[in-house]
Design a protein around this ligand. Sequence first.
Ligand SMILES: Nc1ncnc2c1ncn2[C@@H]1O[C@H](COP(=O)(O)OP(=O)(O)OP(=O)(O)O)[C@@H](O)[C@H]1O
Ligand SMILES: [Mg+2]
Length: 223
Amino acid sequence: MNLIHFINVNKIYQAAETVSFQALKNINLSVQKGEFLAIIGASGSGKSTLINIIGLLDRPTSGSYNLEGQDTTNSNQDTLAKLRNQKIGFVFQNFNLLPRTSTLQNVALPLIYSGFSKKEREQKAQQMIAEVGLSEKLNSHPNQLSGGQQQRVAIARALVTNPEIILADEPTGNLDSKSGGEIVELFQKLNKTGKTIIMITHEDNIAKHAKKIIHIKDGEIVR
Ligand SMILES: Nc1ncnc2c1ncn2[C@@H]1O[C@H](COP(=O)(O)OP(=O)(O)OP(=O)(O)O)[C@@H](O)[C@H]1O
Ligand SMILES: [Mg+2]
């Protein structure tokens, strides 16, 4: 069964009554469990639009999106939020960490509605922080960490709810090539443990670490 299945997905942004822009054109896409997929394409080609729909942050204008066999197209906001919390971890270009908040608390944050006690939440967070190699930085705030370290905190935060799918929108975009390389290696390691990873990038030398690459141009998958 496909983990992610898009059938004829279109996305039209309606800026004003008479101004619209078609950001995705008839996208058909299947992603299997355990894949490591890179999406590349020029600025404005529709990459973030696509990954936001995959991550249930936005909806298609038409077409359908099945996640693990469940049609999400007509689901209400609550159902989508629940699915998103259970199945998806997001990693962003600018890390999106809370400032003046420790590594430990940033990573524990997504567990706040999980029903775990504070102690359990902190234990799980510590485990994930160890997984990304940052155990010595438990009490550091984001501005006391390097860019690569901040991104590793963000990855630990994405992982702490144990989602099946990790979505990353230009995760190495703000990093030098060495730190960027370390982030991709971390994704490869996670992929080996069975996580499905979808990563947007501009850089060919980052994309080549994925198992599969798709190219998007003017809202269409061209390769
Ligand atoms: N909310 C919006 N309203 C109108 N147009 C939008 C909106 N969001 C994105 N667009 C347009 O849709 C197109 C695709 O945008 P998207 O953000 O998906 O591109 P991208 O491939 O992620 O680009 P980049 O590499 O610069 O991040 C762009 O032309 C953009 O201007
Ligand atoms: Mg983008």
